[in-house]
Design a protein around this ligand. Structure first.
Ligand code: ADP
Length: 190
């Protein structure tokens, strides 16, 4: 089983790359942002709760997010491995993920991080906002708050995985194909 955390700030390209990597390596792709948006669209209680945080650019509370992620993993008992996109985003989530993988007699093999400068991120997200219909991409103040939230709570995870020798940084600027190749070079060696 290969389990990969695809990491990086908002707008780094995680979702785009996960689409290619899941096919290439036959992994189940779990995007916490996508699951939250699905719940918002279907007017569930989870969706209403998540929306109240997402609209402000804040993270959804750990307990809610961890329970949801556990449920998504349990839905795929036959998975060959997972690509986690948008999870973990806090140290508590990373610890919960390690515990969950242990119950499967497995582990996270690598955190592969897409590295992109902040101003490039803001530009990409504003562009995406013109077509994505995502409320959190439509407003520059919310975009900047998401990036600030990333530095407050999420960036520390680099160190968390570095300490376990599982952190791999990849340049996230270039064509989609170039970046897929850079990521594949890391994953092939795992
Ligand atoms: P992006 O990477 O572009 O910010 P996502 O689709 O991954 O977009 O996430 C959108 C929003 O969903 C986040 O800003 C946050 O509010 C919420 N969210 C997603 N994943 C998590 C998580 N692991 N923990 C808490 N909140 C999350």
């Amino acid at each position: 089983m290969k389990n990969i955390v695809l990491f990086g700030p908002p707008g780094a390209g995680k979702g785009t790359q996960a689409e290619f990597l899941k096919e290439k390596y036959q992994l189940v792709h779990i995007s916490t942002g996508d699951v939250f948006r699905y719940n918002i669209k279907n007017n569930t209680d989870l969706g209403a709760l998540a929306k109240s945080y997402m609209d402000k650019g804040h993270l959804v509370p750990d307990e809610v997010t961890i329970n949801m992620l556990n449920a998504e993993v349990e839905k795929n008992p036959k998975a060959n491995g997972f690509i986690f996109d948008g999870f973990p985003r806090t140290e508590a989530q990373a610890i919960a993920l390690a515990t969950l993988m242990e119950t499967k007699n497995s582990q996270i093999n690598a955190m592969v991080a897409l590295e992109v400068d902040d101003e490039v991120l803001v530009g990409r997200l504003l562009e995406r906002g013109k077509v994505s219909g995502r409320a959190d991409d439509a407003n520059e103040a919310v975009i900047r708050e998401r990036i600030a939230e990333y530095y407050r709570k999420t960036d520390v995870l680099k160190e968390f995985y570095q300490k376990q020798d599982k952190y791999y940084g990849v340049d996230g600027v270039g064509s989609i194909e170039e970046i897929t190749e850079r990521l594949s070079n890391v994953i092939d060696k795992l």
